[in-house]
Design a protein around this ligand. Structure first.
Ligand code: CS2
Length: 482
């Protein structure tokens, strides 16, 4: 660190005692849940400090520990403005592979009333097409046999087991991942895991546990090394783990927390701007389909067309028209709007957010883990459109672009660094198939992603789209759809 730079330091002592354990401490939660919780505590107080847990690597802990777990969020406006905020709600970061016992002990502490999660779609070790726990997943095989877990479902169930044994109420499980009916999904995964180790534990979780569904939204690209340097130069203060994000944020949470904690069951989220509602489903459809569905579509097609970020992609008029078409003709007609929300306005706001040039959200980053993302982002919309007799040419093209992408070679013949838990298998299927038609058929046969009936109905339109992509390239294929 250059001599003229100071290190970021905590300004508020004392701080609230811990009340939340967060599993999967990435950039998104630090720019999102942590900020809401801190706002809630600022307004209404309460012991809602957060203990972060990294389930994989020590990187975040190592960056944050020397600065006492304080960091900045840097909100980047479309006009080039930057707003800095110091976030001080984080107490500590535990690294699960180093010391799983410390994580379990923390989660079992009755002062912890909520466990929040952002472990990404694949972190729940489930089958994306059916939502069922994947009993063949190596971490699940391990966790069902050993008391010291590796996976998020393993930590949840083993910690709940300890709480029950000690006579404490369960914690509320508050997932913040972009999964369909995320609370219900995690509940069924946890119950299934619990049933395999102790049926009475499963019954207790079923009766006492709470798993509110949530809709979370804030665009937060991964922090790059150059961001860290630039901010240090700009401010004279060195933060090794800042988070860059857009100004917009929205959190809708089902009002369903563990009743045993009464008024102490959650921070004053409403004071912080969270919408507590009876049913999150309409919000979740809106967000997963309209935001994440178009994000993924733009990511695959944009990447193939040579665009580095979402902002670059939508600054190309062909893609700008394409995304409007997706919203207007394929996505909005597929679901019911939440009460009081005008979906055309929501789409307009999304387009502004995507166009923010300060947010360098790479198409490659969003393209990651497509096998886990396609069902809730794109395939549900296609299925609903098929049922209603509506066509989805844009979304079919997006699925074909995903197939091209996981094939591992771009339009200039350069290799693509495909990150996906099924990457090896998808690549193998694509390589083994002789013709483009066979590649499409082989990939549509992956049952973790495509349910059989849907795959059959998608076969012909995806085959045509794939052929078009190979023949004219992504940009012209998009143009043809328009
Ligand atoms: C993105 C999301 O990386 C991705 O797959 O689509 O992280 C998206 O930025 C957030 O869901 C926005 O709230």
């Amino acid at each position: 660190m250059p001599a003229d730079q100071q290190r970021l330091r905590r300004s508020h002592i004392p701080r609230p005692k811990p009340g939340i354990v967060h599993l999967g401490l990435g950039a998104f939660f630090r720019a999102f849940g942590a900020v809401y919780v801190e706002d809630a505590v600022r307004v209404s107080g309460g012991d809602w400090g957060i203990i972060g847990v990294s389930l994989q690597s020590a990187g975040t802990r190592d960056a944050l520990a020397p600065q006492d777990f304080v960091y900045w969020t840097v909100t980047q406006g479309a006009d080039g403005s930057e707003t800095f905020r110091k976030v001080e709600i984080l107490h500590d970061v535990l690294v699960a592979p180093e010391d799983p016992e410390a994580v379990l002990a923390q989660m079992a502490d009755p002062a912890i009333r909520i466990v929040t999660l952002t472990v990404t779609e694949k972190g729940y070790c489930h089958d994306p097409a059916t939502g069922k726990l994947n009993l063949g997943h190596p971490d699940i095989v391990h966790d069902l046999q050993q008391a010291m877990p590796r996976s998020a479902p393993g930590f949840l169930v083993r910690a709940l087991q300890r709480r029950r044994a000690a006579g404490h109420p369960p914690f509320t499980v508050l997932t913040c991942d972009n999964l369909p009916e995320n609370g219900r999904l995690v509940r069924s995964i946890v119950l299934e895991f619990a049933r395999h180790i102790d049926a009475s534990l499963a019954a207790w979780i079923e009766a006492e546990g709470r798993f509110p569904s949530t809709m979370v939204d804030r665009i937060t690209p991964a922090t790059k090394q150059e961001d860290i340097q630039r901010l240090a130069q700009k401010t004279g203060i060195r933060d090794e783990a800042p988070v860059l994000c857009e100004p917009f944020r929205q959190w809708v949470v089902e009002d369903d927390f563990v009743p045993a904690y009464g008024a102490n069951a959650h921070p004053d989220l409403v004071a912080a701007g969270v919408e507590l509602v009876a049913d999150v489903t309409p919000y979740e459809h809106m967000k997963l389909r309209m935001l994440n569905g178009t994000h993924s579509s733009l990511a695959y097609l944009g990447y193939l067309a040579g665009h580095e970020t979402i902002a670059d992609t939508v600054s190309d008029p062909v893609f700008a028209a394409f995304v409007q078409r997706l919203w207007g003709q394929e996505i909005i007609p597929s679901f019911e709007a939440p009460e009081g929300v005008e979906l055309a306005d929501y789409a307009g706001a999304l387009f502004e957010r995507y166009s923010n040039p300060a947010i360098r959200h790479r198409t490659w980053q969003i393209a990651m883990d497509g096998s886990q993302k396609l069902p809730q982002r794109i395939l549900g919309t296609i299925a609903d459109n098929l049922e209603a007799g509506r066509k989805s040419p844009g979304l079919m093209l997006a699925v074909a672009a995903w197939m091209r992408y996981v094939g591992g070679t771009d339009e200039r013949g350069e290799p693509i660094d495909v990150k996906d838990p099924l990457a090896g298998r998808l690549r193998g299927l694509s390589d083994a198939a002789g013709t483009p038609d066979e590649k499409v058929a082989a990939l549509l046969g992956v049952r973790e992603i495509f349910e059989a009936g849907l795959a059959a109905q998608m076969a012909e339109p995806v085959r045509r789209s794939y052929e078009l992509l190979c023949r004219v390239g992504a940009r012209r294929a998009v143009e043809e759809i328009l």
